[in-house]
Ligand binder design. Sequence first.
Ligand code: DX5
Ligand code: ZN
Length: 228
Amino acid sequence: MRSTSLIAPSILSADFCRLGEEVDSVLAAGADMIHFDVMDNHYVPNLTVGPQICRAVTSRISAPVDVHLMTEPAESLVPAFAEAGAAWITFHFEASRHPDRTLQLIRSLGVKAGIALNPATPLGCLEHIMDRLDMILIMSVNPGFGGQQFIPEALNKLTRVRRMIDEGGYPIRLEVDGGVKIQNIGAIAAAGADTFVAGSAIFSAPSYGEVISAMRSELEKSVGCPEN
Ligand code: DX5
Ligand code: ZN
C-alpha cells in the first residue's frame, strides 16, 4: 500500500537572507516537510549549511526537517544533525565506508534513516539493507546544484525500487530529488515515488501556494497516487 504523498520544498533555492520567513511561507502554502540540503565542497562541488542553521529551522517549525547529507564521510555529521532536531537523515551510499553501520547510527539516535542513490548508482546496493531503511532517495539529477534538468532514467529506477519495496512489504518512503516540476510530478508519482523534493520549481515562482496546489492536483490525477 502506497503512503500518502509528501511535498518537501528544498531550501537550497530559498532566499537565505530570509530563511525563517521562507520556511514559514512554504509550510503555509501547503508543504509537508522541509528538505535541507547539506553540501561540503568535497563530496559535491558546492557548500551550503550545517547543523547550526538546521537547529534554527527545527526550533522555528513543527513540520519535519528532512536532512539530505551530500557530505563525505557521511557518518561524522550524523550526531550533530540528530542533535539539531532532524526528523530524517539521508546520506549517499558512496559517501559512507560502512553504510549499514551509518544507517544503524542514525536510527540509534531516534532519527529516520535514508539512503540516497545517484543517477549512476546501481540498485543492488539496496539489496541487503532494506530492513535498515525508512527512506530511499532516488536522485534525478547529479547532486550539488538546484535548477538542473530531471534525468528521465530516474523513472525506470523508481519503478524498480517501488517493486522492491512493495514485494518485500517494507515501510519505506520513496523520495525523488532533482528537477521535479508541475509538468513531470504526475509521471514521477506514477513511477512509484511518494515523497517529492522541489527547490527551484517552488521558490522561483511568485506564488508558492499555486505551485504546491498544482503539484497536488497532478498527484491526484496520477494513476500511481494512493488517493485514486
Ligand atoms: C541537489 C539537491 C536538491 C536540489 C533540488 O543536489 O539535493 O535537493 O535542491 O533542486 P531542484 O528542485 O531545483 O532541482
Ligand atoms: Zn536534496
